[in-house]
Ligand binder design. Structure first.
Ligand SMILES: Cc1cc2nc3c(=O)[nH]c(=O)nc-3n(C[C@H](O)[C@H](O)[C@H](O)COP(=O)(O)OP(=O)(O)OC[C@H]3O[C@@H](n4cnc5c(N)ncnc54)[C@H](O)[C@@H]3O)c2cc1C
Length: 408
């Protein structure tokens, strides 16, 4: 055995960690996948499961797509309503992502990763420390019986989510941006008429969405502006139902059944940090935890893990080539996601929709060229810069106002 027990130690066996572990191992690496939750079927409860089509190539590369389809995942498409535009309907030919609950997704992905030759899943072990001074050389882990182990690895991958302990240990501070809204949501079974289309409402300043999933389970979420937190504290159920009932073409919850309780998150700042330093990479929420409203986190968890493996997978046996690959990954992550993150976190401040955005929504509702550009940005398949293409921009500028209250 070499001085390293593993080529890669991945901390966190959720979306990003399982993706990184499986893709590294498919390239021949020996991978330790450390997960603090002991159960194989553990899943994330705070998520609303809309996976953007930008992540579909990675999901297919993992071999996960047919498993999701076998378990009833829905090929997703989203229609968006604003009072400045009415409905912006998703094009029939737009590439699709998946709507699938984390209860289904997480165990499937974890089993897939754990069953990949070269991956050793260490469930029920928490990463508690980094080995090495300047450059990490592995992690120390501890189980619930307080047994400790050291895992020496050439590369440490932090896939441990938005409150990344590895980032704290490595002194890799993130830049935080506050959120101007809060969220309450429930899982409803039996909404009729049944639909496989997701809907989103930009109510300026409030927001809402409905995401149908497998087993006739629909997430119905409201995202009011922070000014309204008092109403929801005083009467959560009443305020939730009043807001859902006010949505143009909103879901009819009268014959549907709430599964469990309404869930909520009152404070969700966005956090972004440089996605790599020598010997250490951050993937998924550990690199960028964004506003949940836009359903980007799972997709970016899949994609960032994929980008990391592409840049470093063949350089694990040489520290200087590995660090060069890590630097390329850091730059690629920033180039691909920073423009989206700046736009998303600006809107998530809760500020009013500005006149340029109003024109963009109006044009996207009526004009196919703008709608295609709008969809590519919204599904995160293209940079926000595509809207600045002269052919698109001219049509946005030409979009005239409509009567504010009409609904298509
Ligand atoms: C309200 C809400 C709604 C959302 N809705 C959507 C949506 O519709 N679509 C979407 O794409 N995204 C959504 N997201 C975001 C999405 O949930 C995350 O972006 C995604 O789960 C990130 O995956 P990850 O693998 O990076 O981290 P996580 O899923 O957070 O996983 C981190 C893993 O690391 C483990 N771990 C943590 N610390 C340690 C440690 N020290 N040792 C060992 N293991 C450890 C954890 O147990 C966990 O398994 C939403 C988020 C919120 C808050």
């Amino acid at each position: 055995m070499s001085a390293h027990d593993y080529d890669v130690a991945v901390v966190g066996a959720s979306t990003a960690g399982c993706t990184a572990a499986r893709l590294f191992a498919l390239g021949g690496a020996r991978v330790a996948l450390v997960e603090k939750r002991p159960a194989m079927d553990a899943y994330k409860t705070v998520c609303t499961h809309f996976i953007q089509s930008s992540a579909r190539p990675t999901i297919e590369k993992l071999g996960l797509a047919p498993l999701l389809q076998d378990h009833g995942a829905i090929d997703n498409a989203v229609d968006l309503w604003t009072r400045h535009s009415g409905w912006i309907r998703s094009s029939p030919d737009a590439p699709r992502g998946f709507n699938v609950t984390r209860r289904t997704l997480d165990p499937l992905l974890r089993e897939l990763a754990a069953g990949t030759p070269g991956v050793e899943l260490l469930s029920g072990w928490t990463a508690t420390g980094l080995i090495g001074d300047d450059r990490p050389e592995g992690v120390t882990i501890e189980n619930t019986a307080h047994e400790q182990r050291s895992l020496r690895a050439r590369l440490v991958v932090a896939a441990d989510g938005r409150d990344s302990k590895i980032a704290l240990l490595a002194g890799a501070e993130g830049r935080e941006r506050p959120h101007g809204r809060f969220f309450y949501w429930g899982y409803w079974r039996g909404i009729r008429p049944a639909t496989d289309r997701s809907k989103m409402w930009i109510l300026d300043p409030d927001c809402a969405y409905t995401f149908p999933n497998e087993d006739d389970l629909t997430v119905v979420l409201v995202g009011p502006h922070r000014d309204r937190v008092g109403d929801f504290r005083a009467d959560l159920e009443g305020a939730y139902h009043r807001m859902v009932n006010s949505l143009p073409e909103g879901p009819d919850l009268r014959g549907a059944e709430l599964q469990g309780k309404l869930l909520g998150k009152l404070d969700l700042p966005s956090v972004m940090r440089p996605a790599a330093k020598p010997g250490l990479a951050f993937v998924g929420d550990a690199a960028l935890a964004s506003d949940p409203l836009w359903g980007v986190g799972c997709g970016w968890a899949f994609q960032s893990a994929d980008w990391l493996v592409q840049e470093t997978g063949d350089a694990l046996d040489d520290p200087s080539r590995l660090d060069a690959g890590l630097e390329r990954y850091r730059r690629a992550h920033r180039r691909r996601l920073l423009p989206h993150h700046m736009m998303i976190s600006d809107i998530s401040s809760g500020r009013p929709i500005n006149p340029i955005e109003r024109r963009l929504y109006r044009a996207a509702a009526r004009d196919q060229v703008v709608r295609h550009a709008f969809e590519r940005v919204g599904s995160r398949r293209s940079s926000p810069a595509v809207v600045l293409h002269p052919r698109v921009l001219a049509r946005v500028i030409a979009a005239r106002p409509r009567r504010p209250s009409a609904v298509h």
